[in-house]
Design a protein around this ligand. Sequence first.
Ligand code: URP
Ligand code: ZN
Ligand code: ZN
Length: 445
Amino acid sequence: MKLLRGGRLVRSDGIEPADLLMEGETIKAIGKIDQPGAEVIDVSGKLIFPGFIDPHTHLEMSGGCDDFHTATKGAIMGGTTMVIDYATQSSGGLVEAFHLWQAMAQKSCCDYLFHMSPIRKDKQLAEEMFWLQERGISSYKLYLAYDDLRMNETDFVETLKALDVIGAFVGVHCEDGDRIKQLQQEALERGEIEPLSHALTRPPETESRAIDYLMNRAEGCINIVHLSSKDGLERVRYYKQQGKDIVAETCPQYLLLDRSLLDQSREEAVKFIFSPPLRTADHRDALWQGIADGVITTIATDHCNCSQASKINNYTDFSRVLNGIPGVETRVHLMLSEFDKRGLGYAKAVELLSTAVAKQYGLYPQKGELAVGSDADLVIYDPTVEWTIKQELMSTPGDYTPYEGWNITGKIAQVYLRGQLAVDNEKWLGSLGRFQTARRTHDNS
Ligand code: URP
Ligand code: ZN
Ligand code: ZN
């Protein structure tokens, strides 16, 4: 047994000074503990968080520069003890995609689960969804942009219906694909090829229009993933007020960065090409308000580790650049530091980066909580250390971080994965993750 003595436990509802006893993979006791024979670890002055969960990653992505092993090593070094990765259908069925993802994830350094992402309404889709549900898969993602990923309207509506039948949690990429295509074509005809046009051809109204399109057809519980704009946020607020079953996720990039980063030299600007794109600073401020008033419930990364080299080599125009940025290693530090700086507090950060995620995906209270019986996924954090994010400090492969030079207050000292010390003072100790099944019901969130 291991006894963490003298720390302060941070839960979504507040901070409590308490000792924490682990036995095997779980939390055995919390309070004032004296346990003869236990290994006592002094964590005085430190905060103890439940392991953080990143519910939106694209690891081992085609064109990307990481794999399940290297990306999740970065994840756990950065305090993320579980990822929920997007298993995207290709030429075969969804079950085939599930098996492929299971094989890739064997080498994961943190716990994992998948969302399935169907790109067609195959005739066996409903049957496959039941099969997947029995194996613990209960969340999906559908796209309204990208020609190779989005469905036609009939298939989209039928798939939403089928997902509602199984009570799935449906994440939707909300960008109006047709409008974006038209704007891109017009921009290219005018000779506008630089990275800024990536954002100009995907304006905020393409997000809000897609949310309207979706909500006019939606059945069941909807998650607007990677919400990026004030316009989109207002539509989510509106549908919530109408009593619709809708939640929203955003990402650090939309909370910390802005569109001016696309308006610099091509070599620099390509680093910030992802979709939905960066917005002007007023959108960023609106999203923080959406967090404060509870319209946004989770913060994920949308981690797609495309290198700068792969984005700039053979550049022809903005529309052909690989979309995506690395983020799985930096999310927790960035957000803890920023929530503290903005006076939102660490407890609120725990809610959006761990507890609410676990609840929405049917993992709670095994994950996302510091309670007796929960998995001993723990992040031990020194809130006083000042440091600066640099690519050379990152464990995740790649040639840049979008947050180069960001000053952070607070640093992870240790990470425990189900009771095992996985990271100790920036050293990964060889942890291996495990597939986790979701037990989601309609009233989870
Ligand atoms: O630019 C990004 N994030 N591409 C990844 C796919 C997606 O939309 O989540
Ligand atoms: Zn997306
Ligand atoms: Zn994504």
